[in-house]
Design a protein around this ligand. Structure first.
Ligand code: AMP
Length: 216
């Protein structure tokens, strides 16, 4: 099964993708993680992507499409995958369909998370990410046991450059302008499953399972 998660930054896509990955036993592919990894390793893709990411802008389509295509062609994706962060605009969606068709696959469900803007700003400005394993925390809603350290791997927690307040506003504007039109695009194709993104992790996960017609 191929599932796409769409929602503004901080809507909980990454958290829910992790839970869904365990339930469906297919990999979670995050375009943001793939790009951050490339930046960290200073690959050519990383060097090209970094300037856009630091400003909260979208990385050009050809770069992201290349990274995603390489990933979905890997062996562990043969039974499906969950993608979070891609597509981010209608032209990426239009590339995705033939890319999947060439692998004998299609998009089965597009889950969209509805979360109001003020809530997003609260969530993102308090978000801390583990430098080592990528796990996420929130300084108020979900603090680590030891301040500044990851519960899972003891890695250092840091605030992503693009989680600083002025970049958050830019990312939300980009979401409204570029990504929100995708909801209409997938609704028209009968693939959109809209989920209320306010609530506990468990509540939201149950809503997603319901939207995908899976039993809890
Ligand atoms: P994320 O972790 O999904 O919030 O992504 C972090 C940043 O990576 C975004 O602000 C963009 O600069 C870049 N990015 C991630 N996915 C895409 C995409 N599908 N298209 C363009 N840029 C992307």
């Amino acid at each position: 099964m191929q599932v796409i998660l769409i929602g503004p930054p901080g809507a909980g896509k990454g958290t829910q993708a992790g839970a869904l990955q365990e339930r469906l036993r297919v990999p979670h592919i995050s375009s943001g993680d793939l790009l951050r990894n490339a930046v960290k390793r200073k690959t050519e893709t990383g060097l090209q992507a970094k300037q856009y990411m630091d400003r909260g802008e979208l990385v050009p389509d050809d770069i992201v499409v290349r990274v995603i295509e390489e990933r979905v062609r890997q062996d562990d994706c043969r039974d499906g995958f969950i993608v979070d962060g891609f597509p981010r605009n209608v032209s990426q969606a239009e590339v995705l369909t033939p890319m999947l068709a060439s692998l004998g696959k299609m998009v089965d469900h597009v889950v969209s998370f509805a979360v109001p803007r003020e809530e997003i700003i609260k969530r993102l400005s308090g978000r801390r990410t583990c430098r080592n394993c990528g796990a996420m925390y929130h300084i108020i809603f979900d603090p680590p046991v030891n301040s500044g350290l990851c519960n899972k791997c003891n890695g250092e927690l840091y605030q992503r450059d693009d989680d600083q307040e002025d970049t958050i506003a830019a990312r939300l504007d980009v979401y409204q302008r570029e990504t929100a039109p995708l909801l209409e695009y997938y609704r028209a194709r009968g693939l959109l499953r809209e989920v209320n993104g306010i609530g506990s992790r468990e509540q939201i996960f149950e809503r997603i399972l319901g939207a995908l017609a899976l039993t809890p």
